[in-house]
Design a protein. Structure first.
Length: 225
């Protein structure tokens, strides 16, 4: 129930001109950063001029419009859409003449959990207490939450996540009121990826409600700073 399988990189062969056209199979997770939210995707193959991805009901921009692709190590690149068919899309990088240079030990295609920024009201249950929290980012392995109640390192809690349900987690780091949670039993990557559009829509509704509450002098979050 962890990340996707290891990448399978075809061996280089042929002339330089042949290599420039070859498509190298690549299975790595990443995320698309658009104006309206962040959406997980899977890198499927790469050539010297383009990258093919699998996406999950993501509302892609028009061809040629710039947006961002971010990898597990946090490195971010400006890209644009070349084509899309079904759940597949081709992306062009703005500043890389040869995408193959991104491969290798120092490249950004590392196997790390992809966290998407959200703004979701949720709740945690621990020691008989139910506490409201805000989920700030989420991956299939863990979450970053803001909680007005003090939590302890390694404290086990139950986190109720909108659209995903309840899951057991442990506190791995804290800087009150921010806490990092590691899920005891992780989700599949595709579970979070397929639900990302719903999670972003819920986040948008929550942000709008919070702004309206702030305008009338209230506090929609209930989370102390």
């Amino acid at each position: 129930m962890n990340d996707l399988s290891q990448s399978h990189i075809a061996s280089e062969s042929g002339t330089a001109s042949q290599r420039s056209e070859e498509r190298i199979p690549l299975i790595r997770t990443a995320k698309l950063i658009l104006d309206h939210g962040e959406y997980p995707c899977v890198l499927r193959d790469i050539s010297s001029g383009a990258l093919r991805i699998k996406f999950y009901e993501t509302p892609l921009p028009e061809a040629g419009e710039p947006f961002w692709l971010e990898f597990g190590d946090g490195e971010r690149f400006e890209v644009s859409l070349i084509w899309s068919r079904g759940d597949q899309a081709g992306l062009a990088f703005k500043d890389h003449q040869s995408l193959l240079s991104l491969l290798g030990d120092n490249g950004p295609f590392q196997k790390r959990a992809i966290r998407i920024a959200v703004d979701l009201p949720a709740s945690i249950k621990s020691l008989g207490r139910l506490t409201d929290v805000i989920i700030s980012d989420l991956s299939h392995e863990g979450a970053h939450v803001r909680c007005g109640h003090q939590l302890s390192i390694d404290q086990q809690i139950r986190l109720q996540i909108p659209a995903l349900g309840e899951i057991f987690a442990k506190v791995r780091w804290r800087q009150h009121p921010d806490y990092g949670l590691a899920f005891v039993e992780t989700f599949h990557f595709e579970e979070v990826a397929r639900l990302a559009p719903n999670l972003q829509a819920l986040s948008k509704v929550w942000r709008e409600a919070r702004r309206e509450s702030a305008n009338i002098g209230g506090d929609a979050s209930g989370i102390a700073a």
